[in-house]
Design a protein around this ligand. Structure first.
Ligand code: PTJ
Length: 250
């Protein structure tokens, strides 16, 4: 159990579902603090369901995606990590650490846009020593949602965008602008999963420490080869097969 979850819950520590319950408590707490929208709690429930189906652990297939994601981040000239309310709530410390370590900026990008929430998310990252971008000075043609408001010095000029727990319109529009998209999404059938260049089917709570290890391991030459051999559609298919087997076997 990650230490920062402690103290936020009165769930008995020997509860068999402690990890999942404490993550829920974290989201509820972040909802009360105005970081997560109520819709984010529903989105989390969908994620939990898929996490259950993959056995609540990082799959071999996901490791392939982590490797490719690290390779792409290494090869990108100006990648950006986009964060929404759920991403901030579940992983702000990990994201901040990753951002500092590899010099990849963080940009706030919200579906349910609201300045008060933007400020709270910015403050959350400041509390762990990172200043996220939150200019919203460019409006993209697509998507039609408020996500279209991005920052000129961030997502707008980035070549690779790392997104987490997103709706499907955003990756489609970013790829339409010639950008590469890496997504974290537990649902291998979602439009986000299908429309991204690299989809990590894993729980965001597990993502950044693993990605960090791959960033350490991969060299620049190897990165090109990894990307040439990576096929996102094929990886998603294999994740689905694994879920099917799990369902059949009970
Ligand atoms: O903070 P905002 O305003 O930007 O809004 C954020 C939400 C989450 C409400 C918004 O992005 C949204 O509505 O997302 P969706 O369309 O519900 O998609 C969320 C996707 O993330 C679904 O496919 C879920 O299965 C997946 N998901 C949920 N929790 C996790 C997750 N994937 C990885 N890790 C999780 N913990």
């Amino acid at each position: 159990m990650r230490d920062w979850f402690y103290g936020m819950t009165d769930i008995p520590p020997d509860h068999p579902r402690i990890k999942s319950l404490v993550v829920r408590e974290t989201l509820v707490e972040m909802f009360k603090r105005g970081i997560v929208v109520p819709q984010g709690l529903i989105a989390h429930g969908r994620g939990e369901c898929f996490d259950y189906l993959i056995g609540e652990e990082t799959l071999e297939e996901a490791l392939e995606s982590y490797r490719a994601a690290a390779a792409l981040l290494k090869m990108s000239k100006n990648p950006v990590i986009a964060v929404n309310g759920n991403a901030a709530a579940l992983a702000y410390r990990d994201i901040a650490r990753f951002s500092r370590r590899f010099g990849i900026p963080i940009e706030v990008n919200l579906f349910h846009f609201d300045w008060d929430r933007v400020n709270k998310i910015v403050e959350l990252f400041r509390s762990v020593g990172v200043e996220p971008i939150a200019d919203f000075d460019v409006s993209l043609e697509r998507p039609s949602s408020m996500r279209r408001f991005v920052s000129r010095r961030g997502i707008y000029s980035a070549d690779t965008i790392f997104i987490m727990i997103e709706d499907g319109d955003f990756p489609e529009s970013l790829r339409g602008l010639g950008k590469k998209v890496i997504a974290v999404d537990l649902n291998p059938l979602s439009r986000t999963a299908i429309n991204s260049d690299i989809t990590i089917v894993d729980n965001l709570t597990r993502v950044f420490p693993i990605l960090e290890r791959y960033m350490e391991m991969i060299g620049d030459e190897e990165a090109v080869e990894i990307l040439n051999n990576y096929n996102n559609k094929e990886v998603l298919k294999r994740v689905l097969s694994r879920i099917c087997v799990r369902l059949m076997e009970g």
